[in-house]
Design a binder for this molecule. Structure first.
Ligand code: AMP
Length: 476
């Protein structure tokens, strides 16, 4: 069925004869947002769409030859990752291209529509035929079905119908549209490269192609981009509040990006500082779980004036382990990915900083590895509160039954993963790191179960119990 969860990156370019190459580079910078498949669609002067899609990394799926065949001055691209078996269907690789009575359209979406299943059932009962299992196809069908004479009005109509998270780029013969849901769950930024306009999930994509960051697309905004670089904004949908995903600054976004009005690296360091203030223990050295734990560990070490050392070396030729869809490969992946540095660890009391604990698989293995390498004491510090609930707005967290903190107390988790002490950043600490003026603009649903709008799911108050115990409660 529709609505499987996926994490993605999107790019859109308007007004450069080498649009496909710029999109390729943008996707390269956004590779961390999805490593399972990538696609690029451009549109040439006759209005014909041409595209290429491939499983795997952007660098593997596209050659110079392929890129030179993707003609046109405008185009969009997409990186994706999802967990269900359906993820391996080529039909699910975006951008999606389709024909409407107003011409050809291509679409690339980051986020998750929470009422996609419901709309899909309605559309199917009216005769619509779906080709993929993606929620994004619902958006396409609604656009194609609308009777509005202008595409912009159709987009406005669809935004009124869909719920959930969408940062989305949409390409037509002479326009590029960029839109963001009214809560602003996922990031979307706008930049310029001379007369060429670039839209991307994160600013790191703009930087790679020398585009100057202009601003973020606002929650609820549609930006209509014309071929000469002129842009026009519309704000057709409103929400009672903003709900930026707090997991973007914790884990997902690249530390050199600027999103949600903040520099991610600074936010992450602040999370480490807050963590240290809340739960420091006497130790000899601070190490990070690379790469995502590094800025937090730097913040932590600076706060307590301890040396930060390289305790784990990452093999950069393997992808993110979590990104692999099946558990067996994920288990193998941790060993492939990280190796301990004996001289940092032998006989030492070590503080290990990671950004988050999800299933606990990574921590169990890393801690075992550190002990074997000679660490005398291991104090695990997590730069985010316990994840107790799934995300329905575009981060791929597993079902509650697989979330360790949904079932165990901190003490049980400490025992399970084999740490001497264990502490999570508190909800207050996270809010403090995000900043008093901005903390209220975030979604903390995965830590609290308190979502800014309906998730479209029946959520059981208690997870299916894997290991016993009531789980943790967060106080946001
Ligand atoms: P786990 O082993 O399931 O506890 O996963 C925790 C590790 O996975 C941490 O080191 C995180 O950096 C990383 N991680 C957390 N959430 C995600 C996600 N949504 N996608 C990929 N990696 C993640």
């Amino acid at each position: 069925m529709a609505g499987f969860r996926e994490e993605c990156g999107v790019v859109g370019v308007m007004g450069d004869p080498e649009a496909a190459k710029l999109i390729y580079l943008g996707l390269y910078a956004l590779q961390h947002r999805g490593q399972e498949a990538a696609g690029i669609v451009t549109i040439n002067e006759t209005g014909a769409l041409q595209g290429h899609k491939a499983f795997g990394l952007v660098g593997d799926g596209f050659t110079a030859d392929i890129l030179s065949r993707l003609e046109g001055r405008s185009g969009i691209g997409h990186n994706r990752y999802s967990t269900t078996g359906a993820s391996r269907m080529v039909e699910n690789i975006q951008p999606f291209s389709f024909k409407t009575s107003l011409g050809s359209v291509a679409i690339a979406h980051n986020g998750n529509l929470t009422n996609a299943d419901q709309i899909r059932v309605e559309l199917e009962s009216q005769g619509s035929i779906f080709q993929s299992t993606s929620d994004t196809e619902v958006f396409m069908h609604l656009l194609a079905k609308s009777t509005q004479a202008q595409l912009l009005d159709r987009i406005v109509e669809v935004m009124g119908k869909v719920r959930g998270a969408y940062s989305l780029v949409l390409l037509t013969k002479d326009r590029l549209f960029a839109l963001r849901d009214p809560y602003g769950f996922r990031p979307l930024v706008l930049g310029r490269r001379g007369d060429c306009v670039v839209v991307a999930s994160e600013t790191c994509a703009l930087e790679l192609i020398d585009a100057e960051f202009e601003r973020e697309i606002a929650p609820g905004e549609i930006v209509e981009i014309f071929s000469d670089g002129f842009i026009r904004s519309y704000y057709p949908v409103q929400s009672p509040r903003k709900a930026f995903c707090s997991f973007e600054p914790i884990y997902f976004a690249r530390p050199d990006s600027q999103i949600f009005g903040e520099e991610i690296y600074s936010l992450r360091k602040r999370m480490g500082e807050c963590l240290a203030r809340e739960s420091h223990v006497d130790a000899d050295v601070v190490i990070a779980v690379p790469d995502s734990g590094v800025p937090m560990a730097l913040g932590y070490a600076a706060e307590v004036k301890l040396p930060m050392e390289l305790g784990l070396v990452r093999n950069h030729y393997v992808g993110r382990t979590f990104i692999e869809p099946s558990q067996s490969i994920r288990d193998f992946g941790v060993k492939l990915k990280l190796n301990p540095v004996g001289s940092t660890l032998r006989g030492k009391r070590v503080i290990v900083v990671d950004d988050s604990l999800v299933r606990g698989t990574t921590s169990v293995k890393i801690l075992r590895m550190l002990r074997k390498a000679g660490a005398k004491e291991i104090h695990l510090r997590l730069g985010s509160p316990p994840i107790t609930h799934s995300c329905y707005f575009g981060v791929d967290t597993p079902e509650r039954g697989q979330l360790l903190a949904a079932q165990q107390t901190v003490e049980q988790i400490r025992d399970f993963i084999g740490a001497d002490t264990l502490a999570f950043l508190s909800p207050e600490g996270l809010r403090q790191a995000l900043g008093a003026s901005n903390a209220g603009n975030y979604c903390y649903g995965c830590f609290s179960g308190d979502y800014p709008e309906a998730t479209g799911q029946k959520i059981s108050p208690q997870p299916t119990d894997r290991l016993g115990g009531p789980g943790l409660k967060a106080g946001f």
